[in-house]
Design a protein around this ligand. Sequence first.
Ligand SMILES: Cc1cc2nc3c(=O)[nH]c(=O)nc-3n(C[C@H](O)[C@H](O)[C@H](O)COP(=O)(O)OP(=O)(O)OC[C@H]3O[C@@H](n4cnc5c(N)ncnc54)[C@H](O)[C@@H]3O)c2cc1C
Length: 557
Amino acid sequence: MGDNYIQVDVGIIGCGPSGLVTLKELLAEGHRCTVFEKSNLLGGLFTQAYQQGILVSSHLLTMFSDFVGKDKEILNKPRMLSFIEYSQYLNDYADYFHLKEFIQFQTEVKSLWKDYSDNKWKICVNNFNHIYSFDRIAICCGIFENASIPLFHNQHLFQGKIKHLKDIQFYEDFHNKHICIVGSGESASDMILAAAQYGKQAFLSIRKDHGFIIPRYIHGNRDEPADLDTSRAHHSIPRAWGVLHTYIDMIHSLIKSYFNSFFYQNEDQLDEYNLIRRTGIYMNLKQIQTSNIWTTFGTKNSNLVEALVKYKDKCSRKSGIKELKRNSIIFDDNSEEYVDEIICCTGFQILFPFLEQNSQSNFEMKRLANDAKISHNLFKHCFHPDFGDEIIWIGFARPALGAIPPLSELQARWFALLCSKKLKLPTKLEMNKQIYNYVKYLKWQLTSYRIDRLTNLTDYLIYSDNLARTIGCRPDLTRIFFQEPNLWIKLMCGSLLNAQYRLTGPHAKRKQAKEIILQARWIKQSNILYLIMLICYAFFWFVFGIESCKPASWYPL
Ligand SMILES: Cc1cc2nc3c(=O)[nH]c(=O)nc-3n(C[C@H](O)[C@H](O)[C@H](O)COP(=O)(O)OP(=O)(O)OC[C@H]3O[C@@H](n4cnc5c(N)ncnc54)[C@H](O)[C@@H]3O)c2cc1C
């Protein structure tokens, strides 16, 4: 440790994936930590949501950079873990890095404020009978904590039940019911398939457009999760060429799907899968002008298409809800359907009750809570410019395509180095300037409509690379190209593993990271095609100065 080594006390709120990785990274830098978790389990949302759930990001993409888990085979045979398996992975992670002793379970943070008399942050828990004092705070309470339920016109007339996704624990609850699912995200996709399977009648109400539908697995081949395509080459395609690229992508998938149907006619399961895949592509095509692959969030789950295709006799897509009647819904197209239950998969509200709803709160804390609700108005979704690195939000950046935990890991590594004063935040003025440019960029790429509604949405590669540059752990791709070409090709064409950010920089674990990257399965064919496309774009940018051809991973944020 250097002479200027600094050790601080950090309070961490929440012990989902984000809280856990924050604890691990802070301990690795030598800081003293206490984690407060209100439930009695480690694993956050995945221990609380419907337990038949399956992740929509493969383990390769979701796992932390330096822990594969007990099942090493998963590198060669990647798949989506169930919520239960992923919670087990997090428990194994906690055991491996000896984290559990720092976690206080069944301890809800009720109040958080800054005490200017000693310049420390104070936390009160459960019965307000003890005040904890910290130098730094990490808020890791997740973005899926507080249900957001719309108020429908004439809701008071409706005799059926209106529930939120959070109220659903088992798919069997839909048995024999007429269900309307509201929403078009990944959980709505799970719910509509379950409602179609178990219920009597199922309706999917989508107000405007749905996310870009991507199945969990490519072409029904369970060995290849679709997000193995999240390679650096793929994600570096310049965003200005999003529509063209989306067409190429879809035509390629369509040809492959028709080809499969033609040559494997007798394999019923595969044929059904191809039909579902094609229907999903046509659904995407219908809304390509408003939402191509780079301008919207991905619905990385084609269960909604499966429900509409497989259960077409009892499952249908509907427009938005116009009004409710005693036992039915009138949709925007004036059709009326009998319904027992409405399940709102309408997202979550970001709230920080411990900052705003308690006796200790002053105006400043309320303002902080209010500002932080709009995640992209924080510096890199993490810091409020007025409070600098004293308080961080971890786990509040949500990639349009990708996984949240690896982003939390990079944020946690950055925070740990800031706490040790090995890194420094820019000035308040500079942070505000960068926030302004970042939001402008997001609005250009993901449209104002989406950015105003989903304030935590970000672009996976651009954001991760940006944090990695700040930390000093972005791999030097030019050097690797010349010295380790086999590693370079995996870094460019393999899935976007967080292990790439352990090859170099603070807390690098080069040998382990290299092994993970080289062992991980990749999809050669399409990703090499993306690489060739990328080289062409880069050529036009470099030689002719065409700015719109600049590879996305080189955008400064
Ligand atoms: C249905 C569904 C499926 C998803 N699937 C995926 C996926 O496949 N891949 C992916 O990357 N992401 C997925 N997500 C997003 C997922 O929620 C995040 O990746 C992950 O949970 C983020 O972890 P987190 O630690 O930030 O938040 P959480 O997992 O929500 O953890 C927050 C923790 O904070 C605790 N807490 C909250 N308030 C307090 C308080 N006041 N005091 C003490 N403790 C508190 C909570 O009890 C909880 O344990 C999914 C989300 C949903 C809703």
